[in-house]
Design a protein around this ligand. Structure first.
Ligand code: DP6
Length: 349
């Protein structure tokens, strides 16, 4: 017999960024962060997990290609989930798996991203969140999504925020064990559903410095990052929560743009400096800033993760259409400017 579960998890985009760990193994951050979860139709991972007595080892395939599960992060997630497994019974199939059986049974995991991995868009957040969620369902883990987020966090920090839709806060926590470093939902996907996300895929190249090593170098060498984590982010988190509750777009846009810019300033403050944005990214920022200023009140927020791709959040559909028009005029795809494509989608899950 084979028992299977399939789950789908969207990716999330941080508007107050996580950058820097206080514990590398448990993946504990130096500040809180806030993100928006995307609509699963656009950027998501679908994962099927299967268990069978005929499987002789744990195996995983990503987009059809087998990958190694030996890495510490996968192993932590598998171990944590297995330790919480409970009895499972499928009467129709005549299957009964006890809590103890799970420790010896092997798993096969197949995961697909509905966007090209080559697009250079973060996939680890959706991937690890989906892995943890589908395994938890298969093994009848009784924990709620916040508790599961603490497991996904050990796969990749940003993954913990993908267990909820809408707006999500990752609370950094204080405990050394990481038990209070969890994600909570600030507002559900219906709360502010007129927002539209537009992503300009500026470069499909693999980033040179991974988030993991980039943030390690920042914490080791940047004098600015401590000021950011201790003085700036705590205030921004409070203001951002308020902006989200009140659907205050000007405040939301101001905070998102400033936080993205400070994150990249901290990368520049790292030694040697890390450059994630390129000339096209900078031109997109200027274009949005100019437009926002000419309108008198912000119409679009931008944010950039550890790469040159621009994530823009428009206040509504009409603004999104105008933004796309404007971008296509300034940056036609396949032109000398290296934008490959635009992805437009709803924020809500
Ligand atoms: C810039 O979650 O990819 O996207 O925890 O080492 O796996 P690890 O890093 P990761 O870092 C994401 C960094 C970011 C900001 C964010 O998502 O908050």
């Amino acid at each position: 017999w084979v028992l299977m579960v399939t789950a789908q998890t969207p990716t999330n985009i941080a508007v107050i960024k996580y950058w820097g760990k206080r514990d590398e193994n448990l993946i504990l951050p130096i500040n809180d962060s806030i993100s928006v979860t995307l609509d699963p139709a656009h950027l998501c991972t679908t994962t099927t997990v299967a268990v069978s007595p005929s499987f002789t080892q744990d195996r995983m395939w990503l987009n059809g290609k087998e990958i190694s599960l030996s890495g510490g992060r996968y192993q932590s997630c598998l171990r944590e989930i297995r330790s919480r497994a409970t009895d499972v019974e499928d009467e129709k199939k005549g299957i009964r798996i006890t809590k103890e059986d799970w420790q010896n049974l092997h798993l096969h995991i197949a995961s697909y991203n509905n966007f090209p991995t080559a697009a250079g868009l973060a996939s680890s957040a959706a991937g690890l969140a989906c892995l943890v969620f589908s395994l938890a369902k298969l093994m009848n883990v009784k924990e709620d999504n916040s508790q599961l987020s603490a497991i996904a966090r050990q796969g990749s920090g940003s993954a913990c925020r993908s267990l909820f839709g809408g707006f999500v806060k990752w609370i950094m926590g204080k405990d050394e064990s990481g038990s209070d470093s969890i994600a909570v939902q600030l507002a559900d996907e219906k709360h502010w559903d007129e927002l539209v996300i537009l992503i300009a895929v500026v470069s499909s190249r693999q980033k040179e410095t991974s988030s993991t090593s980039g943030m390690r170098e920042t914490v080791e060498t940047s004098p600015l990052v401590l000021h950011r984590a201790k003085e700036v982010v705590p205030k921004r988190i409070i203001e951002m929560e308020e902006a989200i509750q009140n659907r205050d777009f000007p405040a939301f846009a101001r905070l998102s743009c400033s936080d993205s810019n400070q994150f990249h300033a901290v990368c520049l403050d790292t030694s040697p400096p890390i450059f994630y944005m390129n000339d096209t990214s900078h031109r997109i920022i200027s274009c949005v800033e100019k437009w926002n200023r000419s309108e008198g009140t912000p119409q679009v927020a931008y944010t950039f993760d550890a790469g040159p791709n621009a994530v823009m959040i428009a206040r509504n559909r009409k603004t999104a259409a105008l933004l796309l028009q404007r971008l296509l005029f300034h940056f036609p795809p396949q032109s000398d400017v290296d934008i490959n494509s635009y992805i437009v989608g709803d924020k809500s899950i």
